[in-house]
Design a protein around this ligand. Structure first.
Ligand code: B3K
Ligand code: ZN
Length: 903
């Protein structure tokens, strides 16, 4: 907590640690009320660091120091000093053993950082700087130590005692307590340390590694959740195999464990050998979790597992390098998921996330490079930029190198840096060496914030048969970074003939193109370096339609003056699935923005016909990534979100966007009623609903399409549609279909649907009131409702017996869903939404600053709204900033968004 301005940490100030800790022996006497932690550390001077003042500075927060000895000698108070953030031991030798004994209070730890209580268990979260709340230490990622851990606890309350590494025996003590030892042979930074204790149920399986080692896989959950672990286990095994085949990376310890906890600040944590998960990303049964939940579980389980090599074996030198592990690991989990299901759909989902979360971040007050230059609170930098844009940077390098050279590059990286703490630059250097290319200019992507804009123009010369593309790049200024340099941008391009076929691509000066049908010839990866680049293609008998930035080959905003007819054509014919979807999105986006600006609410026939055509082609089933893949079609038919549309406007028109989107959906729902019903019925399989639930990507794709279609029908409802949604709600055997039907029932006007929505909501609650993760959906659905009384309802739900500010999942489900997922009601003109959010942030900040700071985000972009809303948001931000004792987390986000801190 800071009364004055908290300090800014700068990348340029990085210095190697003065001391290293080779070995850390920790003994915990665990109890929720108070836990004793005894640490015996083997320290030595770091030969790579210049000599400082001779004192040892250990990080430590909220610790009660009970005892301190150096090489066996108890230190008198004159030889050390303790303050709020550190223990300083004066004039230490070059090599010594330091023993500390501290007391901590897990049940009083509401920030969920360090050792805390979740339900009936004890667990830890140390990344980024939580270990210093457990014991005095050099709590920085470049200090890698070997840990031996002893846990002692009452077996009646905590029969299961877990830590990192391999088990090293248990004992029953004379006083009735149980002792368990763990030994982790791999040196690791303190942020990867973990302890879990509790009465946990176990699901166990096995994995045989490529070299034939048999690894037990254990998932620990609260009793009662054992029947919801199958999918996580399946995902884990698939991820382990994939890392072997795709990256040659085998698991290293004798055991791999996952623990699911109900109180967790983020998704999951990759602690060495002992991943701790938000239970939302482990627990799933078809009747409790949606297809999207299943997909997230697969992705997050894989992500945390992949960290074992990208993050744990090779870690970050300092927190500015966070994207070294996060960007690369996100790229790896994206590719893994693409291999498990539909690659095309996965790419669309990833780009949608990038555009809806990262692009706005890059264009707002929190903009920062993938490798930031400064921060106040590192927890604020686990961002879409570090994660998702970071993954795009790895993806671009993989694209520039091609699969074989990229694999050589990653092999080199693993070989060169195993066991070390390194930088993003070290990663790029491996790619450069293995790829035999110069990535000097490419490195700017890590240093420069903001989303580049590519302006494309073209010219067709009929006489010469040439087609010239001209591409201009510029990156808008971001806070603290006014001048931007041109970037090295991979730009994938195809050209279509009038029939929609790919044309062979030959650049001026090149010899004749090879076979036009050969793969690769029809998509060219152009490389942009200069502010303006021109490429001339030859041998073209007619003006082609360009398909630009295929597969979204770089994280940029593309501008090209497509006509609506071009977009409709690309939507129907582009061989690149991503660009077919993108053409549909651009078409819809344009129409919607036109509807907002002109307040004209009519929909052109051509748009309706394009949709009708797409629906006509909807098959019952098809192989993935073809025009006819139902999952891909569902993506094509999904209108851009209100948030994404807002990001395209200079001044966000909250109500206009909502009205335009509703009108368009209702028009399509009414005019295409028969076509939509036909698709719905074709994919409605009563037999399958009653019988086994099919989790395959193809079946999930059919559900996605049918529910997308139901959404349109629900926008133009009559008694028949109400009955349809009701039937789906009553009879579906899976959460995907139940929740989709419930959403539709809730959004239908009362004069058509009566109280069907309210009744369904009540039935849903009765059925699921004891399933916490399902209950989160019940809270979120109400918070996202477009009904005018939503804020009143959200306020009422805050008093619900099952609501608690102490549970981050519940807070996100109610307050987060309202503030981030309901722009219409959150941004109500009277500012009531803003006042509500500010009140909640001030309540939450003393309890859990990380969650409080995250919830603030929808208000940080206040400058993009009309003057009235701007003033209202600004007033709330100022009000927050005036409060004494704000956390550094909230302080940083508020002061940056008010422009009071240029970092
Ligand atoms: N590394 C963790 C995130 C930790 C966040 C700390 N505030 C999860 C992940 O990215 O895998
Ligand atoms: Zn991660």
């Amino acid at each position: 907590m800071y009364r004055t301005t908290p300090p800014v940490i700068r990348r340029e100030d990085y210095r190697p640690a003065e001391f290293l800790i080779d070995q850390a022996d920790l003994r915990f006497e665990l109890d929720a009320g108070q836990t004793l932690v005894e640490a015996e550390l083997s320290l030595r001077r770091n030969p790579a660091a210049p000599r400082g003042d001779g004192d040892l500075h250990l990080d430590g927060e909220q610790l009660e120091l009970l005892d301190l000895t150096l090489d066996g000698r108890r230190l008198p108070p004159a030889e050390y000093r303790v303050d709020e953030h550190a223990l300083v031991v004066r004039r230490v030798p070059d090599r010594f053993r330091l023993r500390t004994r501290v007391q901590i209070h897990p049940s009083a730890n509401t920030a969920l950082e360090g050792l805390y209580v979740s339900g009936d268990m004890l667990c830890t979260q140390c990344e980024a700087e939580g270990f210093r709340r457990i014991t005095y230490f050099l709590d920085r990622p470049d200090v890698m130590s070997r840990y031996r851990v002893t846990l002692v606890a009452d077996p009646a309350r905590y029969p299961v005692l877990l830590s990192n590494g391999n088990p090293a025996g248990t004992e029953e003590l004379a006083d009735g307590r149980r002792l368990a030892r763990w030994d982790d042979p791999f040196p690791k930074p303190s942020y990867l340390f973990a302890v879990v204790a509790g009465d946990l149920a176990l699901v166990e399986d096995r994995f045989v590694t490529a070299s034939g080692r048999e690894i037990p896989l254990r998932i620990f959950v609260e009793p009662g959740n054992r029947d919801k672990c199958d999918h996580a286990m399946r995902s884990l095994k698939a991820a382990m195999r994939w890392d072997e085949t795709r990256y040659g990376r085998e698991y290293d310890l004798d055991l791999f464990m996952i623990v699911a906890v109900s109180h967790f600040n983020m998704g999951a944590m990759e602690n060495k050998g002992l991943n701790v998960f938000n239970d939302k990303f482990v627990l799933a049964r078809p009747d409790t979790a949606t297809d999207a939940d299943f997909a997230h579980i697969e992705g997050v389980v894989a992500h945390e597992y992949f960290h074992n090599w990208t993050g744990n074996r090779i870690t970050c030198r300092d927190w500015f390098q966070l994207s070294l592990k996060e960007g690369f690991t996100v790229y790896r989990d994206q590719e893994f998921s693409a291999d498990q299901g539909s690659r095309g759909v996965k790419r669309i989902e990833d780009v949608r996330l990038l555009r809806s979360r990262q692009f706005p971040e890059d264009a707002g007050p929190m903009a920062h490079p993938v490798r930031p230059d400064s921060y106040i609170e590192i927890n604020n930098f686990y961002t879409a930029t570090v994660y998702e844009k970071g993954a795009e940077l790895v993806r671009m390098q993989a694209g520039l190198l091609g699969p074989e050279r990229f694999r050589k590059g990653t092999d080199l990286y693993f070989e060169r840096f195993d066991g070390q703490a390194v930088t993003t630059d070290d990663f790029v250097a491996c790619m450069e060496q293995a790829g035999g290319l110069d990535l000097t200019q490419f490195r700017r992507w890590y240093a420069q914030a903001g989303t580049p804009v590519l302006e494309c123009a073209d010219h067709y010369d009929a006489d010469a048969g040439t087609y010239t593309l001209e591409i201009r790049q510029h990156t808008p200024a971001t806070p603290g970074q006014a001048d931007k340099q041109p970037l090295h941008i991979p730009f994938a391009v195809g050209l279509l003939d009038a029939q929609g076929r790919d044309l062979p691509l030959r650049l001026a000066g090149e010899s004749a193109a090879s076979e036009p049908t050969a793969a690769g010839v029809c998509t060219r990866m152009l490389e942009l370096r200069a502010p303006v680049e021109r490429f001339t293609f030859v041998g073209l008998a007619a003006r082609p339609v360009p398909s630009l930035l295929r597969g979204f080959s770089a994280p940029v905003r593309l501008r090209y003056p497509y006509s609506d007819a071009d977009l409709t054509f690309l939507m129907a014919h582009d061989s690149d699935g991503f660009n077919r979807w993108d053409a549909a999105q651009t078409l819809a986006q344009r129409l919607l923005l036109r509807m907002v600006e002109e307040e004209a609410l009519s929909v052109p026939d051509s748009f309706v016909e394009a949709f009708r055509q797409a629906l006509k082609e909807a098959p019952v089933d098809a192989s993935a990534d073809t025009q006819a893949d139902p999952a891909l079609l569902a993506e094509v038919l999904t209108l851009p979100s209100e948030g994404y549309l807002a990001d395209q406007m200079d001044c966000v028109d909250v109500d206009g966007i909502h009205r335009a989107r509703e009108t368009l959906a209702a028009t399509l729902g009414a005019l295409l009623r028969e076509d939509l019903l036909a698709v719905y019925e074709r994919h409605w399989q009563p037999g399958a609903e009653a019988g086994d639930y099919d989790l395959s990507p193809a079946a999930a794709g059919r559900r996605a399409l049918r529910n997308c279609v139901l959404g349109y029908l629900g926008q133009a409802p009559d008694a028949g549609i109400v009955a349809l949604a009701q039937r789906q709600f009553d009879t579906a055997n899976n959460m995907t279909d139940v929740i989709a039907a419930l959403r539709v029932l809730l959004e239908m006007p009362v004069d058509v649907a009566g109280d069907a929505g309210e009744r369904a909501l009540a039935a849903f609650y009765r059925r699921w009131s004891q399933e916490q993760l399902v209950l989160d959906k019940w809270f979120a659905l109400q918070a996202q409702s477009s009904r005018p009384d939503t804020l009143a309802r959200v306020k009422g739900l805050m008093k619900h017996p099952q609501f608690s500010l102490a549970n981050p999942n519940r807070v996100r489900a109610l307050i987060g869903a309202f503030a981030s997922g309901n722009p219409l009601r959150f941004h109500a003109e009277d500012g009531a939404g803003y006042g509500f959010l500010a009140d909640r942030i001030l309540e939450l900040d003393p309890l859990n600053p990380q969650i409080a700071a995250r919830l603030l985000h929808p208000m940080t972009r206040w400058r993009r709204y009309d003057p009235g809303r701007q003033a209202l948001m600004q007033r709330q931000l100022e009000r927050i900033l005036e409060v004494d004792g704000l956390s550094s987390d909230v302080y940083e986000v508020v002061s940056r968004s008010l422009g009071k801190d240029e970092g």
